[in-house]
Design a protein around this ligand. Structure first.
Ligand code: PEP
Length: 253
């Protein structure tokens, strides 16, 4: 039985002061519902707030994630953040290949592959984002596009590594737009991703890997999505900035 996982991607939102208020509110909401919770919960604040959020999460069941990282551990890469800088803060998850980074920071498939390898090397769990644009969906190339993304990202990874990672299916047309994929559309792609993993690795890896859906998930649409057999959780952007809404998503499992 795969444990569900809800991760909040705060993106470029939250000064240290704002992040403190948000994480305290999430902690409070979670501790009041503790007995009802059976999933992993991760928050991914901006880098500048990670140290503070890490201290505030000490002793709580919420885990710390990063929104991105460099693949190399140190060097002349101005403005970048390395894997050991994250692990030192207690970061255990890292989002890799988010569509916003693929688009705005021109992250390539080989960058993404190197970052996944680095995450495993440093003991972090990568949350690999894949997904199609609206144009690709309309041209009916969603699955072949995602298969290519998976093939380059997972190339040369071991079965053990892939079993432990998270894959987030995030249709680009649904991110931050309010246009959620229907539960049926999301399930269709998540189930195809599981089949692709089965072909690339084996049955056991396919049944262990956790596949999230991401794209305008909110309290009122989460239940239908999270009760589909191949959707093991959600990667949540906008709605994770509101503690009550984030909690409603968690409680809909
Ligand atoms: C995301 O950024 O990964 C995301 C899914 O954003 P939103 O929930 O705002 O669509």
């Amino acid at each position: 039985m795969r444990k569900k996982i809800i991760a909040g991607n705060w993106k470029m939102n939250g000064t240290v002061t704002e992040s403190t208020i948000l994480v305290e509110a999430i902690k409070k909401a979670i501790s009041s519902q503790k007995d009802k919770l059976s999933c992993d919960i991760v928050v991914c604040p901006p880098f500048t707030a990670m140290s503070t959020v890490s201290d505030l999460l000490d002793g709580s069941s919420i885990q710390l994630g990063a929104q991105n990282m460099h693949a190399i551990d140190k060097g002349a890469f101005t403005g970048e953040i390395s894997p050991p800088m994250l692990t030192e803060l207690g970061c255990t998850y890292v989002i890799i290949g988010h569509s916003e980074r693929r688009e705005y920071a021109q992250e390539s498939d080989s960058d993404i592959h190197a970052k996944i390898k680095a995450a495993f090397h440093y003991g972090m769990t990568p949350i690999l984002c894949v997904g199609e644009s609206l144009e690709q969906r309309e041209k009916n190339v969603t699955l072949s596009w995602i298969k290519n993304q998976l093939t380059s990202a997972l190339n040369e990874l071991s079965s053990e590594e892939v079993s432990k990672m998270i894959i987030a299916y995030e249709p680009i047309w649904a991110i931050g737009t309010g246009m959620t994929a229907t539960a049926e559309q999301a399930e269709e792609v998540c189930s195809s991703i599981r089949n692709m993993i089965k072909t690339m690795f084996n049955d056991e890896v396919a049944s262990s890997v956790r596949i999230q859906y991401g794209g305008s998930v909110k309290g009122d649409n989460a239940k239908a999505l999270l009760h589909k057999p191949n959707i093991d959780g959600a990667l949540v952007g906008g709605a994770s900035l509101d503690a009550d809404e984030f909690m409603n998503i968690i409680l809909s499992i």
